[in-house]
Ligand binder design. Structure first.
Ligand SMILES: [Mg+2]
Length: 313
């Protein structure tokens, strides 16, 4: 996939994929808007007979009928809590060469509004979420990511809602990563590259039940960062993925754990390149990652990685 910033070009910095609600923002953005616009009880009523994704679209219709504008919705989104530690982590990971993406069951209107408000939009190369647009009448429409057609999204995990299987999206992201690796291998064989690029790691951060499926798709050498005390932790603890598990508790901790992984991956890639240059043999030590057992109850101070703290006050 194309990184808008030229990041992901081979220094070993991982691809970092963020969930949005309760991971980038410290709230559920749907509930935040509904509460801010005084429609909590009506949203609860809609949820009694509609799937969540349809209910939030219907809620936007009711708010439009009440005279609430798209700008009113934007205004409420601008007040959603986003920790300065998260903003600093995003900027620092980007500066270190990471490509960043969002994978969320919120919607494009909410995510774009919040990232733009905090000056963070340009740090991300792409967002996979439920599409949204303001129609000709000024009403915000929110659509499911996957069609609800006869087949649905085809994932049978009960933790995936009908409108979005994040695991399917993660599979697509990983396929694209592999295609890029194959292209690089071909150009290396043709003598246009000095060496084949080592596969970069993928890091996935999330908190909810829907974040379990994409965590399972990650490979050995990747990392999942579950938010401590949230539903994805119990699921990961019960049946851990192949990826290394690095829990985080609070946003300062998110920054510390994420940047520790990034620093470690860059150092590992540099060491592998040096080893290759020294003719020490192909592939020795490349891609080997110690898998840390799932433990979401307490953030860990891993001795495995440099614990650089890059978050300014
Ligand atoms: Mg979430």
């Amino acid at each position: 996939m194309a990184a808008t910033n030229g990041n992901g070009t081979g220094n070993g910095a991982p691809l970092v994929v963020f969930d949005f609600d309760k991971t980038i923002v410290d709230c559920d953005s749907d509930n935040w808007v509904v509460d801010a616009l005084g429609a909590t009880r009506r949203f609860d009523d809609l949820l009694r007979h509609l799937p969540w994704n349809h209910a939030i679209d219907a809620m936007m219709g009711e708010l439009h009928s009440d005279g609430k504008t798209a700008e009113d919705i934007r205004g409420s989104l601008r007040t959603a809590p986003l920790s300065p530690h998260v903003a600093a982590a995003i900027k620092a990971a980007y500066a270190l060469g990471c490509e960043l993406r969002v994978l969320s069951d919120a919607n494009a209107f909410f995510i774009d509004t919040i990232l733009a408000h905090h000056g963070l939009a340009a740090y991300f190369s792409g967002t996979d979420t439920n599409p949204a647009h303001v129609d000709a009448a000024g009403r915000l429409r929110i659509r499911p990511y996957h069609d609800f057609g006869a087949a649905g999204h085809g994932c049978t995990l009960p933790t995936c809602p009908p409108n979005m299987c994040k695991g399917k999206v993660m599979e697509r992201i990983l396929r694209q990563e592999e295609e890029e690796e194959e292209e690089e291998a071909v150009s290396a064989a043709a003598g246009t590259e000095k060496r084949r690029r080592r596969r970069r790691a993928v890091v996935y951060l999330g908190d909810g039940r829907g974040d379990y499926c994409p965590s399972l798709k990650l490979r050995e050498g990747d990392y999942v960062m579950p938010r401590a005390g949230h539903p994805v932790c119990d699921l990961i603890a019960a049946s851990p993925p192949a990826a290394a598990v690095r829990g985080w508790a609070g946003f300062e901790d998110l920054a510390r754990v994420l940047l520790g992984i990034v620093d470690g991956e860059i150092a590992r890639a540099a060491a592998a390149a040096e080893e290759e240059d020294a003719g020490a043999g192909a592939g020795v030590g490349v891609g080997a990652v110690v898998v840390v057992p799932a433990d979401c109850r307490a953030p860990r101070q891993e001795a495995l990685m440099p614990q650089a703290v890059r978050v300014p006050n």
